[in-house]
Design a protein around this ligand. Structure first.
Ligand code: HAM
Length: 416
């Protein structure tokens, strides 16, 4: 019987894993430069954590949770997003001291039962940050700047930064009522499920997949017209900070985001190069989330970037990722020279080189083929003639040149 990876999941194969390593290490280094430290949380959580925060009207909760009861009868859900688990951990470990700012980042798998397509998976991976404890629009700007810097640093230029404000609870209540009223003539033609979702949270109407509703909502009222004066002022200050940071952005009043915990600032990074699933990152402020799950009131803001989508966008833009350090193959002609091959390999590895050899003692020809396949830069050859002269042969696979040298000279060339 042959097995396949579950639908909506992807294997990262050896030929591609260096791209993941590069992307993750670029992210870790960037987050570190802004003072963020890593947090790692479990792959599964109490199901109610997501219900309380992502919200009962979100697709993530109503349709996409990977939930099950464990053998102890607990309701469990695979991590449906990264923010609530990180905040759960901060509260649980008493890390939220009033008046202090905490900065955390994560690299995590995320599980959502979605209809798979290019860029949309059932297990995807995110890099994300959370700036916890600051109400300032400067904090929002920092978070957006980091998302933008991440892509710029990797060489992506062609993406849009869309920002919006969805204000506070009062404003959203008034706006929800206005949206529902506006959509009234269309509600009769909606599915029961869609209608229930729209009644629970009319903001979801803005994310409708129904072409008629999409068309209708094009002239829907805009949330920016409903903002409280403080939120409008805050949003203006955010835009000033972004301009000062040299970030090109667009105000996109229809972006409300698919998770219910957002307040005030929301944003998305969008690529037009990777098909229908163009959101290559998104986030916003979630001033009520921590209190909702039992912590002290703590205004916070963050983002998540999908690694698979980031890689699609970078590849579409022609960004190249070089595989890791060049490899050396130390080949031995016959068993008599194998011990020396191992000793020289160890010496090179101690200097940080990636070194291969053939543990099965195949022919030199076969070892050459192996070296070629592995993308080796050099082959060190140990045979009778080399042993007699107390030398090694060094072949540069890029040029095809081969020379007999002292080991010291060969090693110096490999390491140079
Ligand atoms: P999100 O927008 O649901 O936000 O996901 C963040 C990013 O993850 C998306 O912009 C996209 O790049 C990627 N993504 C989402 N779903 C999939 C999928 N099914 N397949 C592939 N990639 C996907 C959050 O999850 C929030 N926790 C972000 C945040 C952090 N907000 C505040 N702090």
């Amino acid at each position: 019987m042959r097995f396949q990876a579950p639908r909506g999941t992807e294997d990262v194969l050896p030929a591609d894993s260096h791209k993941w390593v590069r992307l993750e290490s670029a992210f870790r280094s960037l987050a570190g430069r802004y003072g963020y430290r890593e947090i790692r949380t479990p792959t599964f959580e109490d199901r109610d954590l997501f219900l309380r925060t992502a919200g009962e009207s979100s697709d993530v909760v109503t349709k996409q949770m990977y939930e099950f009861q464990d053998k102890g009868g607990r309701d469990i859900c695979l991590k449906a997003e990264g923010t609530a688990p990180a905040m759960r951990a901060m509260i649980e470990h008493g890390l939220l001291q009033p008046g202090t700012v905490q900065k955390v980042f994560y690299v995590t798998p995320v599980f959502r039962y979605e209809r798979p397509q290019k860029g949309r998976l059932r297990e995807h991976h995110q890099v994300g940050i959370e700036l916890i404890g600051s109400p300032s629009p400067a904090a929002d700007a920092e978070v957006i700047e980091i998302a933008v810097e991440f892509y710029r640093g990797l060489g992506l230029r062609d993406f849009r930064v869309l920002v919006n404000s969805i204000g506070r609870e009062d404003c959203r209540d008034r706006y929800r009522a206005a949206l529902l009223e506006f959509a009234e003539p269309m509600l009769a033609s909606m599915s029961e499920e869609g209608l229930a979702q729209a009644r629970k949270n009319p903001l979801r109407l803005l994310d409708s997949k129904d072409p008629a509703m999409i068309e209708w909502m094009k002239s829907a009222p805009l949330i920016l017209d409903y903002l409280e004066p403080e939120s409008a002022e805050r949003f203006k200050r955010l835009q000033t900070y972004l301009k000062d940071a040299g970030i090109d952005f667009e105000v996109a009043p229809r972006i409300v985001r698919g998770l219910d915990y957002y307040t005030e600032t929301v944003f998305e990074l969008d690529s037009s190069q990777i098909g229908a699933q163009g959101a290559i990152g998104g986030g916003g402020r979630y001033d009520g989330l921590i209190e909702q799950i039992g912590g002290p009131p703590t205004p916070s803001v963050g983002f998540g970037i999908g690694i698979e989508r980031a890689l699609l966008a970078l590849e579409a833009a022609g960004v190249e990722f070089q595989p890791e350090a060049s490899r050396v193959f130390v080949a031995s002609a016959g068993e008599a020279h194998f011990d020396r091959a191992l000793a020289l390999s160890r010496e090179l590895r101690a200097q940080g080189c990636s070194v291969l050899n053939d543990p099965d003692g195949r022919s030199l020809k076969s070892q050459f083929r192996q070296a070629d396949k592995a993308g080796a830069t050099y082959i060190v050859i140990l045979g009778d003639e080399e042993a007699d002269q107390e030398k090694v042969s060094l072949k540069d696979l890029r040029t095809g040149d081969q020379e007999m040298l002292s080991w010291e000279a060969a090693r110096a060339r490999i390491l140079s």
